[in-house]
Design a protein around this ligand. Sequence first.
Ligand SMILES: Nc1nc2c(ncn2[C@@H]2O[C@H](COP(=O)(O)OP(=O)(O)OP(=O)(O)O)[C@@H](O)[C@H]2O)c(=O)[nH]1
Ligand SMILES: [Mg+2]
Length: 471
Amino acid sequence: MVVREIINVQAGNQVGEAFWQAVLAEHGLDLSGTYQGTNPSQLHNIGVYFSEVNSASATKYVPRSLQLDLEAGVCNAVRSGPMGALFSPDSYIHAQSGAGNNWAKGFYTEGAELIEAIMDALRKESEKCDVLQGFQMIHSIGGGTGSGLGCLLLTKMREVEYPDRMLATFSILPSPKVSETVVEPYNAMLSAHQLVDNGDLTICVDNEALYGIAGRSLKIQTPSFRDLNALIARVMCGVSTSLRFPGQLNGYVFRPKPDPADTFPSDLRKLGMNLIPFPRLHFLMPSYAPFVSGEAARYQGNSVPDLVQALFDRRNLLVDVDPRYGRYLTAATIFRGNIASREAEVAVRDLQTRNSTSFVEWIPDNVSVTLVSVPPVGQKQAATCLANSTSIQELFQRTHDTFAAMYKRRAFLHWYTEEGMDVMEFSEAESNSADLIAEYQQYQEARATSDDGDEEYEYEGGEAASEAYSH
Ligand SMILES: Nc1nc2c(ncn2[C@@H]2O[C@H](COP(=O)(O)OP(=O)(O)OP(=O)(O)O)[C@@H](O)[C@H]2O)c(=O)[nH]1
Ligand SMILES: [Mg+2]
């Protein structure tokens, strides 16, 4: 079976641990990577995230994953925890001293000392792949390591080693209410600057939204990171479902065929192709439904229209923005469980018709529907959505505002310049994010036919159209 592999890189190891735990369960693997399941579809595309190691006694599935950190603590905890036997020993790469919440240490100093070792390990991992589709990175962008080292790695991958592979990130953004250090907006802004230019797909998650979901839907009053990470893992599994299991996309059946030339029908590139109309605007907001579990689940409507409604409800979003203030450029919905494709498509179409002004009309059929019959562990049905909405500018605006207030007074800058950073880079990051916000705003306001003489979308405007297409 030819699969197109994804290599995971985590500089956010607690989130990564939750992700692997969920993926193991979905594929019938135990914590040491040994298959215990009974459903053959669990192994069809196991090669996307795992390499198979055969020994005389057993077959072990080893995650295609690197665990990175600039200090040893979290890596050691993973290594000595319940998943200690899962990852290969040389897939942990860490330093000792930490980045102390300083992006410059992650990108320029401490991180730079580790980058060659990481690139070597990545090369080894990619040599094990037949057709590497790309990478996914799990990191937070508020601290020093996931943020600075994560971005350094992204830059090296893009510019030096893997320019034609897809680079997807699950990026945890800082939230004003859940902020741990004052310099988070600096780190986040410097990271966003790199993500805009070097990433292909950035799936945004913010802890503030996660706290809201934990309290509201799960009734956990003081959620721990473990609780929040379990939510992120559910969404990560949802997003990657169609890369891991056979299913249908927009009514077309896709399933792995024995023909070795046939690659699995959905991959990161196709996801990007459908979701990203403009290369810089690749910041996606994920949502999931239903979040409720246990007793409460029995009282909640779970029809397909209910699921669709929930996916486009801000309470089910993993970022704290209000999508009603923006417009959807594109979205991908992924349904899991025993759901008829027609039913899902009709429900999505209905929601779009009822809220037509919320979806840009100049990208027809901008919401895709994928169906996979395998439900998540512990749920009968569930749905995930990745939306490219102009309302994501709210997140950037928020970070931009706190960044600008401190930067104007040059507060805390010495920590960064002491690591050899040029202040210019702060200004560049600031203006890059201001540009990005303006771009989102421009497409939010764009209409199929605007009245400012810009008529390239209109058929009747023969002259204008030919002018617009003449380049
Ligand atoms: N959801 C979630 N967020 C986390 C977790 N750990 C840290 N964060 C958040 O991520 C941000 C940065 O956390 P750090 O742990 O300092 O990040 P780091 O990448 O290790 O960087 P340094 O420790 O500064 O080297 C903070 O806003 C935290 O709230 C986690 O396990 N889950
Ligand atoms: Mg850390």
